[in-house]
Design a binder for this molecule. Structure first.
Ligand SMILES: O=P(O)(O)OC[C@H]1O[C@H](O)[C@H](O)[C@@H](O)[C@@H]1O
Length: 305
């Protein structure tokens, strides 16, 4: 399929969009939004939000200085979409795992080419929707037939993502997924996540042991946890705070690679781990979802002030 076929079928008359334009980011086709109130960049590959920045503010998302923008390569930073499974296949519930025919983590959506469905703009907001058909094109990786539709809503208040999955297959569909949000911090050790207190989590670094969170989440190095909570969160860093309000989620992944894993990770400078953290709005572990034929589920997050 040629790249241009992913653009809207209507001819792009000059001036059709006031704030959005096509750009090439590395070797990827992308949409750049330059609105008087905010800027954002979104690649067609992965429907990946790379950057979001209200005017005169710092970037709200962390992007690795070593991120690559190449076909088939997951972008390190921004918000990768993990779909239709989260994490390594072998750690997924049997119902999810039985459809997966690869050992690759986090599904195939983050490296697949999505198609642009809609761009809407006004003086206050920009809304962009993209779609991906999870069908036989991915048969070597996964069995299923589902439509993924993501809508990004940008305003000066923040950005809102809504990822709706519809089961188009004849059998019930079990999936896990995450909006894998990378956030910046000037200093991880002085960063905390509020809102996960009094919930249980799976500590994947402690043999997937169930553990109880007493108060705020603090970081001292590598952290990789699946919290059984979809409550609103506040991430407090020395540079300020950010609120994350999940929709359709009862699980939240909190991740930082720490020094050793950072040195092994792709497209991740070894010294960068104290300057980022991931807080991922998820349907992971026992929070996986089952959709009957024709049924939809929306996983979303509002990243706000
Ligand atoms: O390197 P990636 O495939 O992008 O995964 C990055 C990270 O994603 C999630 O946060 C998982 O919980 C981690 O275990 C994983 O290391």
């Amino acid at each position: 399929m040629s790249e241009s076929s992913h653009r809207p079928s209507r001819p792009l008359a000059p001036g059709q969009w006031a704030f959005t334009r096509w750009i090439t980011l590395g070797r990827l086709e992308a949409l750049e939004i330059r609105h008087p109130l905010f800027n954002a960049t979104l690649t067609l590959q992965g429907a990946h939000l790379v950057q979001f920045q209200p005017t005169d503010e710092a970037q709200w998302l962390w992007l690795s200085p070593a991120a690559r923008f190449e076909p088939g390569v997951a972008i390190r930073g921004g918000i990768p979409l993990c779909w239709p499974w989260f994490g390594v296949p072998e750690r997924n519930p049997p119902e999810v795992r039985k459809r997966i025919h690869t050992e690759q983590p986090h599904g195939f959506a983050r490296t697949a080419l999505w198609r642009l469905e809609d761009v809407r703009e006004n003086a206050h907001e920009v809304e962009i929707s993209l779609a991906l058909d999870g069908n036989d094109d991915f048969a070597d990786l996964w069995s299923g037939h589902a439509l993924a539709l993501i809508t990004f809503h940008f305003s000066v208040r923040g950005c809102r993502l809504a990822l709706t999955t519809t089961n188009l297959g004849a059998e019930p569909l079990a999936l896990s997924q995450a909006l894998h949000t990378y956030l910046p911090t000037p200093d991880l050790i002085r960063t905390r996540v509020l809102g996960l207190g009094y919930s249980s989590y799976i500590d994947t670094l402690d043999n997937w042991a169930y553990t109880f969170q007493e108060g705020p989440v603090y970081f001292s190095g590598e952290t990789d946890r699946i919290y059984e909570s979809g409550e609103p969160l506040t991430v407090v860093t020395p540079a300020g705070s950010r609120k994350l309000t999940p929709v359709g989620s009862d699980s939240t992944v909190v991740w930082n690679p720490g020094p050793d894993k950072a040195a092994r990770l792709s497209d991740f400078p070894a010294t960068e781990w104290p300057r980022m953290l991931c807080v991922e709005t998820a349907n992971a572990a026992s929070d996986y979802r089952v959709l009957n034929t024709g049924q939809s589920h929306t996983l979303g997050v509002l990243i706000g002030r």
